[in-house]
Design a protein around this ligand. Sequence first.
Ligand SMILES: Nc1nc2c(ncn2[C@@H]2O[C@H](COP(=O)(O)OP(=O)(O)O)[C@@H](O)[C@H]2O)c(=O)[nH]1
Ligand SMILES: [Mg+2]
Length: 246
Amino acid sequence: MSKLWQARFFTTANHLRELPTTQVPEIAFAGRSNAGKSTAINILCNQKGLAFASKTPGRTQHINYFSIGGAHIAQHRKDETKVDEIRALLVDLPGYGYAEVSGSAKLHWQQLLGDYVQQREQLAALVLMMDSRRPFTDLDLQMLQWFAPTGKPVHCILTKVDKLNRNDSTNALRQARTVLASYIDEQGQPFPFTAQLFSALKRVGLEEANDKIIELAGLTEEATQLAMAALTESGADDVNGDKQSI
Ligand SMILES: Nc1nc2c(ncn2[C@@H]2O[C@H](COP(=O)(O)OP(=O)(O)O)[C@@H](O)[C@H]2O)c(=O)[nH]1
Ligand SMILES: [Mg+2]
C-alpha cells in the first residue's frame, strides 16, 4: 500500500496569503487543464473523488492541498487530520490554458501560479503533467522557466499514453528528455528534470510515478528513519526537554 493512499483533502487557497503555514515538503502538480492531472492524482492516491476530475476543463480554479500523514486510510474519513503529524502535502494547482477563462481571472491565476512556484519555500518539487500528444506548450515552458531558477526537481508525466502506439510513445519520451536536457544553468549543468510515460486508463507508469513522488516528498523509508534519528538527536541534546526548537 502506497503512502499516497493516505491522502486526504486538507485545505484550499485562492490567494498566496491563504497558503497553509505548514513546514512539510510540498509536491505541486501543474499542467494545462484537461492534461489528466486530476485523474492521475486520484489514481495515485487510490481515491476516486479526491481531486476533481471533469470533462469540463477549467473548473478547478483553486490551489487544493492534500495531506499525507496525520490520518490513516483505515480511519474514518471524518476524523480530524492531526496537523502536526502531516509528513508531506500534495498540491493540486489550477489547470492553465483554458481558453474560456476570462482575461482578468486568467491573469490572477497565472500570477498566483508564477508566485507560488517561484517563491514557495516549502515547495520541494514540481510534477508537470502534459498530454503525451501535445507536450511542452507555451504555458508548460513558462512553468519550467519560472521554476528552473529554484534548482528544485521537476518530474514530467506524459499522460494519456494509451492514445499513442508503442513507437510514438517511445519517441514522445525521448523527445521530452531532449527538451529537458536543453535546460542548463549558468555553469552549463543540467537541471534535475526527469520524465516518464503515464496512462491512468491503462495503468501505465503508475509505480514509477508513485516511487518518484514518494522520493521527492522525502517519504522513503530511509528518509523517514533519518528524520526520526534527527528528532531523537535534537531531543537528546536538549537538556531542558524543550522540544519547541525542532
Ligand atoms: N485516454 C485517456 N484519457 C484520460 C486519461 N487520463 C485522463 N483522461 C481524460 O482526460 C480528460 C481530462 O482529465 P482530468 O483528469 O479532468 O484533467 P485535468 O483538467 O488535467 O485535471 C477526462 O475526460 C479524462 O477522462 C488517460 O490516461 N487516458
Ligand atoms: Mg483537474
